[in-house]
Design a binder for this molecule. Structure first.
Ligand SMILES: [Ca+2]
Length: 302
């Protein structure tokens, strides 16, 4: 496990005052930036507790998805596209020609757990190759608590739609939340896309939890002031990928994954203010992508 510590104090301030929806004069921006830096200074730190760009040439940091086939490390895709970074990426596939319970029906990667106290942020890059059939309900990801209860997040690529968008569905503390039907931009267009998932687990008995999902820096969905999970549960495992529950597909439907990162409040002991995915920067991070945070203006609240 990596435990590189990150510091993001000025970025929190800049993320707020750089928001183009907030018209401010230069003097006001500077004053607010200074104030926010002082206010957030005690809490804004998070640690990288897991990362995998598959650059060791394996997918060994992950378990297979139950009895499913294990996704494999590859250097190029079936449609001749390179990894998001480095030499390797993970290749998963749906095979629609075998029974649903066949190990080859979908290949998967499972991360059982990661250290966190109350907050974590999962960042990953995903690309659906051009052989993915244009059929809906292709579940690319699930996030579960460790109890096997009903709470979960699942993500689908709505491949049959004119713009194959990202579908999101959360069940939080036993309540299925309103679904998200995309933001008008595609997930299944053959390009690499960045997904970020933030969870602040509620305090026991309280409704002070938060969940947020971003795609390519744009906030897709959020629920705040909620109980995020059944009492005594913890979030984890993370499943990449899952079943494809509609229609008929052929044998080759490949999805590629790279540059997983999980940040949490466990590495540094800090809490709070991890909820802006644009706020992370690591001067000592191993990858250039970590040292250059998203432009805050790309975080759009819908
Ligand atoms: Ca890689």
């Amino acid at each position: 496990m990596n435990t590189k510590r990150l510091f993001c104090l000025p970025l929190i301030a800049n993320a707020v005052v750089s928001n183009p929806r907030v018209p401010l004069g230069v003097v006001s921006r500077n004053l607010i930036s200074l104030a926010l830096t002082l206010v957030t200074g005690a809490v804004c730190a998070a640690g990288l507790v897991f990362s995998d760009g598959f650059e060791d040439g394996t997918t060994n940091k992950w378990l297979p998805g139950g009895s499913r086939d294990h996704c494999i490390p590859v250097t190029t895709s079936v449609d001749n596209v390179n990894p998001h970074s480095g030499k390797f990426m993970a290749e998963c596939n749906w095979n629609g020609t075998v029974p649903w319970n066949d190990p080859a029906a979908f290949s998967g990667l499972v991360l059982q757990s990661w250290p966190y106290t109350s907050e974590f942020l999962i960042r990953l890059w995903v690309r659906l190759a051009n052989d993915v059939d244009h059929v809906n309900q292709a579940k690319i990801l699930r996030l579960f608590p460790n109890s096997g209860k009903t709470d979960q997040l699942y993500m689908e690529a709505a491949m049959a739609e004119p713009i194959p968008y990202l579908f999101l569905n959360w069940t939080l503390d036993g309540t299925q939340m309103p679904s998200h039907w995309g933001d008008g931009t595609p997930i299944g267009d053959g390009n690499w896309h960045k997904i970020e998932i933030y969870v602040k687990q509620n305090s026991p008995g309280a409704t002070d939890g938060i969940v947020r999902v971003w795609k390519d820096g744009r906030l897709q969905q959020q629920f705040t002031n909620v109980a995020t999970i059944t009492p005594t549960d913890r979030w984890g495992a993370l499943f990449v990928m899952s079943n494809w529950s509609a229609g008929t597909r052929d044998a080759s439907n490949h999805v590629y994954w790279d540059d997983f990162e999980i940040y949490s409040d466990a590495a540094s002991g800090a809490t709070g203010e991890m909820n802006d995915a644009s706020a992370f920067v690591a001067a000592t991070a191993p990858k250039a992508s970590l040292a250059r945070p998203d432009a805050p203006s790309t975080v759009i609240i819908k």
